[in-house]
Design a protein around this ligand. Structure first.
Ligand code: SF4
Ligand code: SF4
Length: 209
């Protein structure tokens, strides 16, 4: 029937309007900014950089591989790789971003940067109150503004963050076990070499016999 959709919509609006006086579930709006609706778990706004531990800069997971910068469709990520390296979570020396900027006035929240990052270093934030009267500088987020703790990420996405933590812990344990095994092998090899040196030289064969 012509206009059926409009009628259905009007009925739903009327039900919500009348129902909102008796049931909070029917109240579909809130008095923002005094009140806020908690975002759904899968809600996403703009990316942020995850750091581990208490020091945002030392704990950044990003190794400045620049994959996200290359893959970002509107090219709103800008990275400068460091000249030196710092240890990552398994103690391997890695580059880090000397500069990491995202222009969120250009970002289209596609999440491609998150999908391509091999280090779980960049995730989507639910923060949406970024309005600013500085059209350019205010929306150009540098690494200090982008850095957010793994605990923050864990509160937003408990299951996903928990699975990543578990996988990183396993990787760390495997790396530590390898370091330990290598050290033990070195000690064993040194002991064997020393024992070989300590052995008396074997007598030359008796040619007259
Ligand atoms: S969400 Fe998309 S547009 Fe925004 S920085 Fe990531 S890749 Fe670029
Ligand atoms: S956020 Fe990930 S993909 Fe982007 S530079 Fe850092 S490690 Fe590489």
């Amino acid at each position: 029937m012509l206009g059926e959709g409009i009628l259905k919509g009007m009925v739903e609006t009327a039900r919500n309007f009348a129902g909102s006086y008796v049931s909070k579930d029917r109240l579909t709006t809130v008095e923002y900014p005094e009140e806020r609706i908690a975002p759904k778990e899968n809600a996403r706004q703009f990316p942020f950089l995850v750091f581990d531990g208490n020091d945002p800069m030392a704990g950044l997971r990003c190794v400045a591989c620049q994959i996200c910068e290359k893959e970002c469709p509107p090219k709103c990520i800008y990275i400068e790789k460091s000249k030196d390296k710092k240890p990552d979570f398994v103690g391997k020396m890695q580059f880090y971003p000397a500069t990491f900027d995202i222009d969120v006035s250009v970002c289209m929240s596609c999440q491609i940067c998150v999908e391509v990052c091999p280090f779980d270093a960049i995730k989507m934030d639910q923060e949406y109150e970024l309005s600013n009267d500085d059209r350019f500088g205010g929306l150009l987020l540098n690494k200090t503004r982008l850095a957010k703790s793994n605990e923050y990420y864990g509160k937003m996405h408990p299951q996903e963050a928990g699975a990543i933590d578990e996988s990183r812990l396993k990787t760390k344990e495997a790396a530590e076990a390898k370091v330990k095994a290598d050290a033990e092998a070195k000690v064993k090899a040194a002991a064997e070499a020393k024992a070989k040196e300590a052995q008396p030289p074997t007598a030359p064969p008796n040619k007259g016999a």
